[in-house]
Design a protein around this ligand. Structure first.
Ligand code: NAD
Length: 447
């Protein structure tokens, strides 16, 4: 598929995974980034972030000559038929997405539009960004230059990104011409052949599909967190509530796990962006606002829960199992632990932490956190242990060893990975989210 020469601009989680997977489909891909250090690492076969299975995919496709890396963004654009924009769109202070990188790439595309190209926005962008990309390219390009703008939002999840890309629930293509649609279908041919549903629509609708999907998933999380908080006060078990609810085919069991609230680089910024995009067209998106408000309150409730379990946190040594916003990633962007740890520190707590992958990124965020080399070490001398990320390695620990090494055996499990009954039998004072005996301590649980 040499004729489909593809450039992916922005070699982060989305760009690198997409580039490696398109190469796996047989397409020639050049991944370009302005971050010289990132490209240098990739050229040496190192993956600049943690993502299971990615390094094997990258290595194999580089070896077969289908995948290459460059800092020469202009050349990558010049040589390509299809140019994916996969740069970051982080939130500005006011919650609007920062489109500076998108616009910079669009300008560069305009200046390098040698012949017809399909310009595909893979980054998550607000509705109508495609129009903006088109007008920037038109302003920069020579008159009569031919191109189409496409929106092809990405739904992969960090931690299972390869599998998500290779076996997606659907491919969304928002395009303005048949020619562009045909090229996109050709690019995704291996998925087309295995009957992956393709949604072919206009650009603004495709952009809206991505925001709406993320906002709905975030809504499910905030919803179940509120139900967990109610269950906890009533003495009901949120897990059974969620399971029974989820068996209703109209609801589905996914995204009904209570916890410290959603985080990461997507949900918080995408819900905020949708609320503001609605506001810009004079619509008050009340559910979106409530989802964000519930999420931020959930983080505070977790701080309160830890403080209640510890009997106050001033001067206390608090250990954290996990820091990343979810397991199998090193991504610390908007992790709930950032708010939780900073608030505990403000209240005088001393924090120790262990995360299997995210400590390097965490060091750039926290002051005065003591990092440990494994789960047993972090527990030593702790007065409270907080389970913040549900990495599998925390599920099967020798909990007696953990208990014996702690100064006081108090566990606050923000991911409900342990069995309350077993924890009580082991002599822990155990609190979790939305399950009976949560918040009552070991004596109450014993009764
Ligand atoms: P990232 O921050 O990991 O990567 C972005 C990359 O773009 C960086 O390597 C950066 O150096 C590069 N870049 C910035 N400006 C550039 C420029 N002018 N030219 C070339 N490269 C440039 O971001 P990410 O997590 O991969 O997210 C990218 C987009 O995809 C965002 O819009 C995000 O919302 C969306 N998205 C992310 C995920 C996810 O799980 N991370 C999932 C779906 C969609």
């Amino acid at each position: 598929m040499k004729h489909l020469q593809t450039a992916v601009i922005g070699t982060g989680y989305v760009g690198l995974v997409s580039g490696a997977c398109f190469a796996e489909f047989g397409v020639n891909v050049t991944c370009a980034d302005i971050d010289e250090e990132k490209i240098r690492q990739l050229e040496q076969g190192q993956i600049p972030f943690y993502e299971p299975g990615l390094s094997e995919k990258v290595r194999a496709n580089v070896a077969q000559g289908r995948l290459s890396f460059t800092t020469d963004v202009a050349a990558a654009i010049h040589d390509a038929l299809v140019v994916f924009i996969a740069v970051g769109t982080p939130a500005n202070r006011d919650g609007t997405p920062n489109l500076d990188a998108i616009e910079a790439v669009a300008r560069q595309i305009g200046r390098n539009l040698s012949d017809y190209k399909v310009i595909v926005t893979k980054s998550t962008v607000p509705p109508r960004t495609g129009e903006r990309v088109r007008s920037i390219i038109e302003a920069e390009a020579e008159e009569g230059a031919e191109f189409d703008v496409v929106s092809n939002p990405e739904f992969l999840r960090e931690g299972s990104a390869i599998e998500d890309f290779m076996r997606p629930d659907r491919i969304v293509i928002g395009a303005e011409s048949e020619r562009a649609v045909d090229i996109m279908k050709e690019l995704y041919r291996p998925l087309y052949l295995v009957e992956t549903p393709f949604i072919i629509t206009d650009v603004a609708t495709a952009e809206m599909i991505k925001y709406t999907s993320n906002a709905f998933l975030a809504t499910k999380i905030s919803f179940i967190n509120e139900i967990a908080n109610v269950c906890e006060r009533i003495g009901a078990d949120v897990h059974q509530v969620a399971r029974a609810m989820g068996l209703d085919g109209r609801i589905s069991p996914k995204f009904l796990h209570p916890g410290p609230g959603f985080g990461g680089s997507c949900f918080p910024k995408d819900v905020s962006a949708l609320v503001l995009a609605a506001e810009a067209v004079d619509y008050d998106f009340k559910i979106g606002k409530a989802v964000l408000e519930v999420n931020s309150r959930q983080r505070q409730l977790m701080v309160d829960k830890i403080a209640a379990a510890a009997g106050g946190v001033d001067g206390k040594e608090i250990a954290f199992f996990g820091l990343a916003f979810k397991p199998n990633t090193d991504d610390m962007r908007d992790s709930p632990t950032i708010d939780i740890i900073k608030k505990l520190q403000e209240a005088g707590a001393r924090i120790r932490a262990y995360d299997p992958a995210a400590m390097e990124n965490a060091r750039k965020i926290f002051d005065d956190v003591e990092y440990c080399s494994d789960a047993y070490e972090v527990a030593v001398g702790a007065e409270v242990l907080v389970v913040a990320t549900e990495w599998n390695e925390f599920r099967n620990l020798d909990l007696e060893q953990v208990r014996d090494s702690m100064r006081s055996p108090i566990v606050v499990d923000l991911r409900n990975i342990y069995d309350p009954k077993k924890m009580h039998e082991l002599g822990f004072t155990y609190d979790c989210i939305g399950r009976p005996q949560a918040g009552r301590g070991s004596e109450a649980a014993a009764g």
